[in-house]
Ligand binder design. Structure first.
Ligand code: ANZ
Ligand code: ZN
Length: 840
């Protein structure tokens, strides 16, 4: 009998329909059962699912399915992070309304997700661009405002003068707007901010409790929050009565100070520019650099000597020049520094350029005459050339300087954080409108709650640059809620990180009339396992942690941390190819030769094989999951996504890998079909039972630790064992367990096999198999060891151990070595599993 290949397409559709009809994945609320909330980072509806999505959602689905089978009340939702710039770009390029574009993409991607067999409760679906969703965040924002967690301030932004819009730092590339290519400028704009800085310390301390987060993510957040203990020093300025406050984390280097510098946006710089056009020019030049820290860091150090001199706090008759410098940021510390060129790279570069003295004050231990020459010394050491600090360690010196300065009233100890308040205003159409009305008389007035939501007008055009909300003829013109005089709406919308900062909580009761349903939040939060890309290690995860605290502060929630467990999955990578002219080529445009080289399919010309990198459209090293699912089925794609690498590592796409998964799927189907068609044969041997139950135990443990690739490997190993059983042993029990263990991994085929094996239930609703402990213990026996017939000791060995192994084990026992006193045994008699007699 020959069995045809497995028809994935028909079978997968059949089971997806069955799951839907029986509402298998609806969130359960069974009393007495523990809850488990598993969540994958929701996608931006760009139009199509990519490999990164497939990997992310497959991992999440395995976890959800296992937990469900283990009896947990599982919640596993999916939704759409639906506001954002690509929709507006599409509107500009294809003249399609952002809403239409977004909702069509959602519809298509939902269909795609359904073909993967993911066990979502689709009743919980949300799209953040719906007023039903964003109305609630307008209310939250108004509550933040009431509680002092939101405020408006004028601040510097990156301004694209061609697109007439603010750019995020990431949208500034080499000082130019990412889309227009125009040189970016700094501009002052009124913007709304959320006071994330109120929570700096709490966000930092909270990291310690996130023991189920990857260490590197916690470290990245810690770095981002950037706590430093330092000193604010009030410098006297010669010829002026006011003081200049500088911030330093290295007060120990105070005797090495040879200059000071303020930011181009420091109030003192603004003041000096008023009657000095050269200074004004210099400031303008600095501002043309934009706001992005990486750019400022890379840019050549530039300074302008103000002519003002600062008195050294400890040295009589010693003063240092004050510069305006492009590398000093206004929004960190106090926007003013003292420079110590010998022990800081930036200060060193600056001193070199402006011929400022370099005074070494820290030396490697035991090298008191040390002098910095070609590079700054930034390591640990001992203070030298510093009067009362000489001989102290850096830490001792820091403390002494801080104490002295504090005692004299010329400064104070401070803690500063790198974390800045979160600017949430964006000059965009496709976002949540900020519910504020500006009145000439009353100022910024919150939109009254009974007038929420402020919805986006639909009749907008994208023909000219700038924000369509601002250009709309009527939308922004309203009367002031307080004095009823003519007023205008805020035309900025929220940063789209706003929506993703609380969606996990909304999923617990997505149709509630209130923003968050307290009971539902108490039942489900925090998220037990969150899964997503490491690119969100800082911003999204930090904003969500902040939002949770802010919502708690305003009485919406009881929890502090939103995600107890976090898994950051690696990227899906593939080789990239370039033709002779340096153009990227798609994998299907390339033929690999036997010798490993590559040629262009069309021209036969040589192709350069590039690095294995993250799949990206720009490098054309992409594989569309839809195509893979169409030709091999979702199970094969899922199996491959899980097989080769642990979830947190990068995964290299390979055709042979997908073929391997496809062959396994077919092999299993054939094994099960053949076994079910044959009359029953003998029961499995103890050895087989042991293999089966050990696999259950190991796979269960691997899955609980998210060692998904290891779990797959063990199931494959058991499949090999079962496939090669002797004819008198039935494979049915083994195949049944394999089927059940594969339910979370390749759910469609598992359902199919379950049915072929004669079951009438849905496997997706079945309990997780349990290992019988009787088969897990290694069988061991105790052997008595005699020397010339006299009992000396005993030994534990695996049952059925062969004679040579027994001899080696026995002769290496200390008691026996001693008793034999250096003599060679004449003979060793082994009674299997019972006695060993050594004859001397
Ligand atoms: C003197 C000094 C000597 C410094 C030395 C460093 C090394 P972290 O540790 O990252 O917090 N700084 C302070 N405010 C700044 C600003 N607004 N823009 C640019 N740089 C600023 O960095 C603190 C150090 O960065 C501070 O300590 C200050 O330089 C500089 F051997 O003061 B230091
Ligand atoms: Zn008014």
């Amino acid at each position: 009998m020959s069995i045809a290949n497995y028809n994935a397409k028909v079978t997968e559709a059949k089971w997806q329909k069955a799951w839907e009809e029986q509402a298998c994945f609806k969130t359960r609320h069974e009393a007495g059962q523990p809850k488990y909330y598993v969540l994958e980072m929701f996608p931006y509806p760009s139009g199509r699912i990519h490999m990164g999505h497939l990997r992310n959602y497959t991992i999440g689905d395995v976890i959800a399915r296992v937990k469900r089978a283990q009896g947990y009340n599982v919640m596993h939702p999916m939704g759409w992070d639906a506001f954002g710039l690509p929709a507006e770009n599409a509107a500009i390029q294809n003249k399609v309304h952002p809403a239409k574009w977004t909702y069509e993409n959602i519809a298509h991607m939902r269909t795609q997700l359904k073909t993967i067999g993911l066990s979502y409760d689709w009743d919980l679906e949300i799209a953040t661009c719906s007023p039903d969703y964003y109305r609630h965040e307008q209310k939250m924002f108004l509550d933040f405002l009431k509680h002092g967690l939101a405020y408006r301030k004028e601040s510097m932004v990156n301004w694209d003068p061609v697109d007439n819009t603010v750019l995020a730092n990431e949208q500034v590339i080499d000082g130019r707007g990412w889309r227009s290519g125009a040189l970016v400028e700094r501009k002052k704009l009124h913007q709304w901010f959320l006071k994330i800085s109120d929570f700096s310390e709490d966000l930092l301390e909270g990291l310690a409790g996130l023991t189920d987060w990857p260490e590197h993510v916690r470290l990245m957040q810690e770095k981002w929050i950037g706590k430093s203990q330092g000193l604010q020093l009030y410098f006297e300025m010669e010829g002026r009565s006011d003081l200049l406050t500088v911030f330093t984390t290295r007060p120990d280097t105070i005797f090495g100070a040879t200059f000071a510098a303020i930011s181009a946006n420091h109030p003192l710089a603004t003041e000096l520019a008023e009657n000095n056009p050269q200074i004004k020019n210099f400031i303008d030049e600095c501002n043309r650099l934009g706001m992005a820290e990486e750019i400022i860091e890379k840019a050549e150090k530039n300074g302008f000597d103000t002519g003002i001199r600062l008195k050294h706090p400890f040295l009589e008759n010693f003063s240092i020049p004050l510069y305006i410098a492009n590398f000093v940021l206004m929004d960190y510390g106090t926007g003013a520094i003292f420079g110590c060129p010998a022990h800081d790279q930036r200060d060193f570069d600056f001193a070199r350029k402006y011929h400022l003295p370099i005074k070494t004050v820290i030396a490697p231990e035991g090298n008191n005459d040390f002098v910095v020459t070609t590079e700054p010394y930034t390591e640990a050491g001992i203070v030298i050339r510093s009067e009362f600090l000489n001989g102290l360690t850096i830490d001792q010196a820091k403390k002494l300087v801080c104490d002295k300065i504090a005692a004299s009233g010329s400064g104070k100890k401070t803690t500063s954080y790198r974390l800045r308040d979160w600017g949430v205003s964006r000059q965009r159409y496709w976002g949540c409108p900020i519910p504020i009305i500006y009145c000439d008389i009353c100022g910024a007035v919150p939109v009254p709650e009974d007038q929420l939501p402020v919805t986006l007008p639909e009749d907008v055009t994208f023909d000219t640059p700038g924000n369509p909300l601002d250009k709309h003829p009527t939308w922004k013109h309203v009367s002031c809620p307080q004095c009823k005089q003519p007023a205008t709406r805020e035309t900025d919308t929220f940063d789209t990180f706003f929506e993703s900062s609380w969606y996990f909580a909304r999923f617990t009761a997505p149709h509630s009339a209130r923003p968050l349903d307290k009971d539902a939040c108490r039942e489900w939060l925090p998220v037990d396992q969150y899964i997503g890309g490491v690119e969100h290690a800082v911003l999204h995860l930090l904003y969500a942690r902040f939002f949770t605290r802010a919502l708690k502060h305003c009485g919406y929630l009881d929890i502090t941390e939103p995600f107890s467990g976090l898994l950051t999955q690696g990227m899906v990578c593939q080789e990239s190819y370039k033709d002779e002219h340096g153009n990227w080529l798609y994998p299907e445009e390339v033929t690999r030769q036997k010798d490993g080289s590559a040629t262009h399919v069309k021209t036969g010309r040589p192709v350069t094989i590039g690095r294995i990198e993250k799949m990206s459209k720009s490098k054309k090293n992409v594989v569309d999951p839809a195509g893979i699912i169409d030709s091999y089925g979702a199970d094969t794609a899922r199996l491959f996504m899980l097989s080769d690498s642990p979830p947190e590592r990068d995964l290299e796409w390979s055709d042979s890998g997908i073929d391997g998964a496809w062959r396994y799927v077919n092999r299993l189907w054939k094994l099960v079909s053949a076994a079910a068609a044959k009359p029953a044969s003998g029961a499995p041997s103890p050895v087989t039972l042991r293999a089966i139950h050990k696999t259950i135990a190991h796979v269960t443990e691997d899955l609980s630790k998210f060692h998904l690739n290891r779990a797959v490997a063990r199931i494959r190993e058991l499949t090999n064992t079962i496939a090669s059983l002797p004819a008198n042993e039935s494979p049915l029990e083994g195949l049944t367990i394999i089927t059940r263990l594969l339910q979370p991994i390749i759910p469609h085929l598992a359902e199919e096999c379950w049915q072929i094996l004669g079951h009438k239930t849905l496997l997706s609703l079945e309990k997780w198999p349990e290992a019988n402990p009787a088969y897990l213990t290694e069988d061991t026996v105790t052997l008595a060891i005699q020397l010339n017939g006299k009992l000396k000791t005993t030994i534990e060995l695996a049952a059925g151990c062969a004679q040579p192994e027994v001899e080696t084990a026995v002769l290496s026992l200390p008691t026996i070595i001693q008793a034999m006193n250096g003599k060679e045994p004449r003979k060793i008699i082994v009674v299997p599993n019972r006695v060993v007699n050594i004859v001397l």
